[in-house]
Every structure is written in structure tokens, then in C-alpha cells.
Design a binder for this molecule. Sequence first.
Ligand code: GRF
Length: 202
Amino acid sequence: MVTRKRLAVLISGRGSNMEAILAATAEEDYPAEISLVLSDNPDAAGLETARGAGIKDCAFSRRDFDNREAHEHAIISAIETSNADFVCLAGFMRILSARFVERFEGRLINIHPSLLPAYKGLHTHARALAEGAKVHGCSVHFVNAQMDGGPVIEQISVPVLKDDDEASLSARVLEAEHELYPRVIRQIANGSISLKGGKVIT
Ligand code: GRF
């Protein structure tokens, strides 16, 4: 039997991407498992989901630490204690320091609700609608020190329909996210995708 890679999944809220990853890990041949779900928000709904599935969870609220460095230090320690091979950001709403990014370089990925490099940052669906975009989507990328700026691994495009509002467009993108993230994690965990010299190697 192949040893499954261990994933630390970092969330801040709903956790639907984490759930999609969790569902994928139920497949017999999936090369990864979730070893830790960590949140910066103790009230994140996804923590409850993780607990219900028997997965170790923990929360570190920024409020409980004197400064950002101490907060991040606690997060890094928890990830390392879980022996995670990869760190998957899934709606984790904090900007990570260069120190954090370097520590997990090549093992740190994120899902973003746009076709990067378009619409980095927040409110991607509203911005796509305001600009009259015809196509929108989601991206999974390796994380580097630039916000939403790391090398893109894979994307899924979805159409923007005439009557779309933010809710309908974000629901369409979210469905694509749930397909994309587990698929990319499979490829990273089985070694068919990696980061070398700042570039995605397949
Ligand atoms: C997703 O759209 C993700 O791409 C973005 O934040 C949202 C998180 O949703 N970064 P969920 O917590 O995974 O349901």
C-alpha cells in the first residue's frame, strides 16, 4: 500500500473546499489524507465538520497573541507537529509572512476564486461582474511571498451568464473549486506536479 501524504488544511470559515478534499480522501486510491484542520477563527464552521469526521482540529485566534509573529509561530508549530507533507490554504483569510512561506516552500498551495493573474485579493466575483467579464473561474497555485501571486498549477474556467449576480456566479465558481482542489492535491501528493526553481514542473 502506498503511504498517503499528510495534509494540513487551513480555513477561516465555511470550509466547503476542505470538505471537498475530505470527500476525495475517502477514495481508496487517493494519495493523501487530512492530518489537521487549523483555523484562525475558533467559530469557523469547518472545524465542526472536521471534528465530526474524526480529524484533528485546532484554532488560533489572533486576539490571543501579542503580535503577528507569535500567532504565526503557533500555527507553524501545530502544522509541524501534525507532520504534514503539504499545507493547503482553503479560504484562510490571513496574509502569510515571508518566513511562513519560505518554511513551506513547494509544499504550500492555495485556491483562489478567479483566473489568476486576474482579480487577486478579495471580492473577485463582484469585480468580474463589474468589469463585464465573460469568463471567470478558479486557480490553484503554489504560494510565494506575493499575495495570490505564486505560480499557477491549474485552473477551471466557468462562463459568466447574462443574469448572473454575485451569488449565482460565486456558486458556479465554488462548484469548480470543489472539483479542482482535490484533483490538484492528488497530483501533488503522487509527485506528478512539483515546484522547482519557482516554476511548476509536471
Ligand atoms: C473559496 O471561494 C476560496 O477560493 C476562497 O475563499 C472561499 C472559501 O470557501 N479563498 P470555503 O471556506 O472553502 O467554503
